[in-house]
Design a protein. Structure first.
Length: 162
């Protein structure tokens, strides 16, 4: 696996026949604990293609595929999403690329993209326990809403400029 430089720029690319297998294989890099909290990328891609409300992309650091992201527009009964704004439905950075700032940079780019569309909040949720992404989301400024999304803690990131 090629490692990008730490100063690599994070970008998003469409899921295509040329990269779908590689994106799916990224799920296999996660620890057993993390797999309990992150849906398989193949399942996520299938759900994304079945949804009219999902935006999903491969996450790249320069030209190296490092992760997967899927953002949902918000409420959509057919997708099982009941949220007052955009929802970070799926997000993963492959294990070899974690802890290098790429996840933070990806979330920052998603926030900029949504902010440019006039969106003021980004929601997501996470399970609790060993391997939970709770600390990652807290470091980025997500805070609990007091609600639950299925069995997961619902959190929100305020996108309005301060």
């Amino acid at each position: 696996m090629t490692l990008p430089p730490n100063n690599a720029e994070v970008t998003f690319r469409r899921v295509t026949s040329a990269n779908v297998s590689e994106i799916c294989e990224l799920s296999e890099t996660l620890s057993e604990e993390q797999r309990d909290f992150v849906a398989d990328n193949g399942t996520s891609i299938a759900e994304g293609f079945c949804s009219q409300s999902a935006w999903f992309r491969g996450v790249y650091a320069d030209d190296v595929l490092i992760g997967f992201v899927m953002v949902h527009d918000g409420s959509d009964w057919d997708d099982g999403i009941d949220c007052p704004g955009p929802y970070l439905w799926r997000f993963m950075i492959a294990r070899p690329f974690q802890g290098q700032g790429f996840g933070k940079q990806a979330i920052s780019r998603i926030a900029m993209r949504l902010r440019s569309q006039g969106v003021r909040e980004l929601y997501t949720s996470y399970g609790l326990g060993p391997g939970s992404p709770q600390a990652f989301y807290e470091k980025l400024g997500f805070s609990p809403t007091g609600g639950m999304f299925d069995e997961e803690v619902e959190v929100v990131l305020q996108l309005a400029e301060r």
